[in-house]
Design a protein around this ligand. Sequence first.
Ligand SMILES: [Zn+2]
Length: 221
Amino acid sequence: MTKSPYWRDFIRREDVETAVRALVDAQDFGREFESSLISDLILERHYFCRMHGLRPTVFKLTHEDRPYRFYGFFAEHGWHPVSWTKCLKPPPSKQLIIVAALRNRIEPEKLAFRKSHPICARCGQAASEETHHAAPTFDEITRQVFATVTAADIDTALADWDWFDQKVFAVPEGHVIQQCFDAIHSSARLEALCKSCHNQTKRRPKAIKTGAVASEQGSVS
Ligand SMILES: [Zn+2]
């Protein structure tokens, strides 16, 4: 049985990675180079570039990060760091990008809640380390949000995001998606839990997996 390719003619994700890494590893720091393979990979799979049809044409490595920082040259924008490794996995949907932003936005509130509830609400013994959405769960809240808003709302939420200027996406202030989320979230019951009790809450199927985007936005480009 033949397996359908992971991307282009590459059978497995590792095959894409090996091909790109061989190209990149052959470059000297600071020297500009072209690669239609990397240009296409970023155009088709980078979470921002694919939305806007952006295809960097020239690349270079700098010493700003270890083992290097990878830059692409974008027409009208110039040089900008861009991660080719993030383009190895399938790009996140628009919904997932928005969910990650909604999650980021409530981080300060979750931190404040945990600090004001230092002992785990379930075992009553260990120190609290996580703030958990007990009811409705975070996934239930976001499911409700996307059941309420329209595809056009999703597009307008993302329309003004300029990755060149502001790498981590945030839903615009006052946008209907943020309002809808806030309305449901404001009545959610939170719990501060220890790691062990929090892990037990995760033993259920998730309709929307958000971890990938959340961690992706935590690092460079
Ligand atoms: Zn506990």
